[in-house]
Design a protein around this ligand. Structure first.
Ligand SMILES: NC(=O)c1ccc[n+]([C@@H]2O[C@H](COP(=O)([O-])OP(=O)(O)OC[C@H]3O[C@@H](n4cnc5c(N)ncnc54)[C@H](OP(=O)(O)O)[C@@H]3O)[C@@H](O)[C@H]2O)c1
Length: 273
């Protein structure tokens, strides 16, 4: 039974804006299900150094970090683990007695969601997009031993920079027709609410892929995923990545297994599924 008292542990998310965040629903449900005396709140933060000082001063146990602070916070913490350093972004802070450690669970979320439907080792992957989330996804894919990775982005210079960091090939979004891959992952924001009729790739190319993942989670069934289903591909939704990055956070913060079905249910209820 949860209650709030002088012993309640505080967790939260910092971002700007954060009103849309699904993380409070997921984590509070997980705390309740595991009987933790803990609460998770959303903090709309524009003064990032001030917020980091607040985490330390108030003893906030764990913090999720979201847009636009994932990169800037790297220089403000006491320690950045090697994975987050390589990705160049922190989405999770662990407070160990005032020592703030930054890590990244976005890559774990993406890899875990993909592995529910496909092996990754030895596969060839086409990633659309080269933004912050793409960095995490691509680093995770390389660590899983994919045989080949091609990164295509609207701004080709950004694709080139990321491709060089993870030993991949690269092109613009218009240079993918000859790319050989069995897995397609959209990490662009194309198709996200309110532009739900947009699709980042021509639907005629979809039958070439066995698995299609869209990390966009609003809407949950993007046009890309709907067209991919019609084309006979196995699909992976963005909410699965969101779920498993939260699962990894819970486990890092508490040292216990996360109540995954409960967290998934909380996620589905908050997005009205
Ligand atoms: N499921 C999850 O857990 C999860 C986690 C993180 C993010 N996301 C989602 O992933 C998406 C990207 O997030 P992010 O943090 O990586 O954002 P970001 O750093 O701003 O990157 C945005 C990416 O989308 C591309 N893009 C934007 N508008 C485009 C357009 N009209 N046509 C073609 N490409 C376009 C950008 O290309 P340019 O470089 O050319 O601008 C860039 O590659 C968002 O929808 C976000 O909600 C999901």
């Amino acid at each position: 039974m949860n209650y709030l008292d002088a012993h309640t542990d505080l967790y939260g998310i910092i971002g700007h804006p954060v009103g849309h965040s699904l993380s409070p629903a997921i984590h509070n449900m997980a705390f309740r299900a595991t009987g933790k005396n803990a609460v998770y709140l959303a903090f709309d933060v524009t003064d990032l150094p001030g917020a980091v000082g607040g985490i330390r001063a108030l003893g906030i146990k764990g913090v999720s970090v979201t847009i636009p602070h994932k990169e800037a916070i790297v220089d403000l913490l006491d320690e950045i683990d090697p994975v987050a350093r390589r990705i160049g972004a922190v989405n999770t802070i662990i407070n160990r007695a005032g020592h703030l450690i930054g890590t990244n669970t976005d890559w774990m979320g993406a890899v875990h969601a993909l592995k529910e439907v496909t092996e990754l080792k030895g596969k060839r992957v086409l990633v659309l997009g080269a933004g912050g989330a793409s960095r995490a996804v691509c680093m995770g894919l390389m660590d899983m031993g994919v045989a080949g990775l091609h990164i295509a982005n609207r701004t080709t210079e950004r694709a080139k920079v990321l491709a060089e960091a993870c030993n991949a090939s690269w092109s613009g979004l218009d240079g993918i027709s000859g790319v050989k891959a069995s897995i397609l992952i959209n990490t662009t924001s194309v198709g996200m609410t309110p532009n739900v009729n947009e699709i980042p790739i021509s639907p005629e190319l979809l039958p070439y892929f066995q698995v299609v993942m869209d990390i966009v989670y609003s809407p949950t069934d993007t046009r890309l995923l709907r067209e991919a289903s019609v084309a006979g591909c196995r699909t992976v939704k963005g909410i699965k990545m969101l779920l498993y990055q939260g699962v990894a956070q819970f486990e890092l913060w508490t040292g216990e297994n996360a109540p995954i079905p409960v967290m998934e249910q909380a996620l589905r209820e908050s997005i009205g599924m």
